[in-house]
Design a binder for this molecule. Sequence first.
Ligand code: ACO
Length: 328
Amino acid sequence: MNEVRIIGTGSYVPTNRMTNDDLSQIVDTHDEWITSRTGIKERRISTGENTSDLARNAALQAIESAGITPEDIDLIIVNTITPDAFMPSTACMIQGAIGAHRAVCFDVSAACTGFIYGINIATQFLRTGQHQTALIIGAEVLSKVVDWNDRNTCVLFGDGAGASVLQGGSQKGILSIYVGSDGTKQELLQCPAVPVQNTYIPARANFSNAMTMNGNEVFKFAGRIIMESIEKVLQNTGYTLEDVAHIIPHQANVRIIEYAARKLGISPKRFYMNLDRYGNTSAASIPLALDEMVRENRIQDGDKVILVGFGGGLTWGAVLIEWNQNKK
Ligand code: ACO
C-alpha cells in the first residue's frame, strides 16, 4: 500500500468584503452581537463568481504549489453544497477549465465536513495505486442559498474555496482518518433542492431553497463532535494531543471551538482560526485555513496536524497528518 501526502495547497476568495456593519444595513443586527456570539468580523461575498470560478482559482494555486501540471492529475473531487449545476459536476467543470484531461471527476456532498470526506475518499484510491495524484477542492458560494432576511443565519456564512493536491508514494503524510454521519438529525441543518413538481403535481407557491438551521442544537453537536473526532483520529496511532502542532477546525464559530478546547483540556490557541475574516465557508473553510497556514510558513515538515470538520447531514470527521509537503 502507498503512503499518501499533501504536496500542494491553494485558496481563493472573492474580493468583495462584507463587514458586520454592512450586514446591519440589511438585517436587524450589529457588530457587537455578531462578534461576541460568533467571532466573525467580515466575510467575502461573491458579486458574480460562481462556485466553479472560486474552485478553479484555488485549484490552479494548489497545482502551482505542488509543482505539477494539470496533466499529472488523475482524480478530481470537489466537495460542495452549492454547485453551479446539478449536472455537470463541479469537478468536471474544473477538469475542463484547467485541462486535467486524465482525471476522473466527481462531487461529494458532506456539507462542512466535505473536505475531510474528500481526503478520505482520495486516500483510499491513492493507497491502492488506482490513482496517483488527486486534486481535492472545497468550494462554496453560500451567499446563493443564504436567506438574506434571516439574521439567525445570514451573519454566519461566507464564500470561498480551498484546494489540496494529494499524491501516493513512499513518503508518509495521512496517518489516520475518522469519519461519521447521522441521518436521523438531518433537520438540524437543511438546504432544499428543487421540490417534486411535474405534470401530476403543481408548483408549490411558497417554496424556498434557503438554508435553515437549529443554531442551538448545532452548537451542542459541534462542540461534542470536535472533541470526539480528535480523540478518535488519534486512537491507535501512538500519538497524543501533545504531539500535535496544529489543529485546523471547520471555521464555524469561535465559541464552538473554545467549548471543544475546554472539553479537551487544551488552550483554544492550539486551534487555528481565520473565521473572523471569512465567516463559515462550509466545505471551503478547512482547506482555506490550511492554505493560509502553509503560505505563512506556520507548518513545518514533520509537524503533526489535525483537520477536524462537522456539518449538515449530520456529518463529521478528522484527519491526522504528518506534514511532509517538501520531502522528496
Ligand atoms: N443579531 C442580533 N440578534 C440576533 C441575531 C443577530 N444576527 N441572531 C439572533 N439574534 C437574537 C435572537 O433573535 C435571540 O433573541 P431573543 O432572545 O429576543 O429571541 C437572541 O439573539 C439569542 O438567540 P440565540 O439563537 O439563542 O443565540 P445564541 O447565543 O445561541 O447564538 C448562534 C446563535 C450564533 C447561531 C449559535 O447558536 C451558534 O453558533 N450555533 C452554531 C451555528 C453554526 O456554527 N452553524 C454552522 C455549523 S455546521 C455548518 O457549517 C453547516
